[in-house]
Design a protein around this ligand. Structure first.
Ligand SMILES: [Zn+2]
Length: 271
């Protein structure tokens, strides 16, 4: 016991004390791990490379009573392309945040490790928002929350048309018949048939074939918004970086708009 190795990606890093950071690692073996990287903000720290956000490496971790500690970090891939442009950084941040919020420490999800690893590589070449959306839909599906884009969540009938009702609470589209039969109105939003079809493609398709998918700015905004709401309502969590991304998109459209500050601290789970 005591000490173990983990093949992991750094999905979150926050300052802790004078020179330490608490890292959230997502490992192939044991899923999410929160651990202290001691002295990592000192200029001469040997662990600096392995503690960088989005780095993949091998970590030697000491199990503590309250917090685990990283004894050794051997970085293998820094995914440096994720820092070369803002869209890539935002997509990686949004993906990492979703992974963090959707999982709890100590539960292995090797398929989510592989998905994250592949998505980070794909961000070198593919359109960042497409990777982010496909990642989120596949992650939710792996966790048992597959949204329905083609069949009514209530009766299972095939749904077709232009402005269809998508209900994050019910987990997908709802047909006209089922909407009429409901006593209370269904919470949701109208989505274009094209966006629903594209989300279905992102959910089912091979990540490596994302380059074949085409969308326009309008569909992109609609899809990002739909997936964000679906994940937030399903997980009952706020996705801060997803909201920040949509604020960046809206800056040009609303130059006089008040920029909402969001400094709400996130809790550190001590395991
Ligand atoms: Zn129905």
């Amino acid at each position: 016991m005591g000490v173990y190795h983990a093949d992991a990606i750094v999905i979150r890093s926050r300052k802790f004390g004078e020179s330490d950071n608490i890292l959230t690692l997502f490992s192939r073996e044991v899923g999410k791990i929160n651990a202290v990287a001691k002295g990592v903000r000192k200029p001469k720290s040997r662990q600096r490379g392995g503690a960088q956000l989005f780095t993949y490496g091998q970590y030697l971790i000491h199990k503590g009573r309250n917090l685990h500690t990283i004894n050794q970090a051997s970085p293998k891939e820094s995914f440096s392309h994720l820092w070369t442009d803002l869209d890539k950084t935002m997509a990686a941040t949004a993906s990492a945040e979703l992974l963090d919020l959707a999982t709890i420490p100590g539960q292995p999800h090797p398929e989510l490790f592989t998905l994250t690893f592949s998505a980070f590589f794909l961000l070198a070449e593919e359109e960042p928002a497409l990777v982010q959306c496909a990642y989120a839909l596949k992650l939710m599906t792996y966790l048992g929350y597959r949204p329905l884009f083609k069949e009514c969540t209530e009766c299972g009938a095939k749904v077709q048309g232009e402005r269809l009702l998508f209900s994050p609470e019910l987990g997908g589209v709802v047909c006209g018949q089922c909407q009429l039969q409901r006593k209370s109105p269904i919470q949701g939003q109208r989505i274009s048939g094209g966006s629903l079809g594209l989300m279905n493609q992102l959910l089912q398709g091979d990540l490596k074939k994302l380059g074949r998918i085409r969308w326009n700015q309008w569909m992109k905004n609609e899809i990002l918004d739909t997936i964000q709401k679906y994940c937030e309502i399903t997980l009952d969590k706020r996705l801060k970086s997803w909201r920040m991304g949509s604020r960046l998109v809206n800056v040009g459209q609303n130059p006089g708009g008040k920029d909402e500050q969001d400094n709400e601290p996130r809790e550190v789970d001590g395991t």
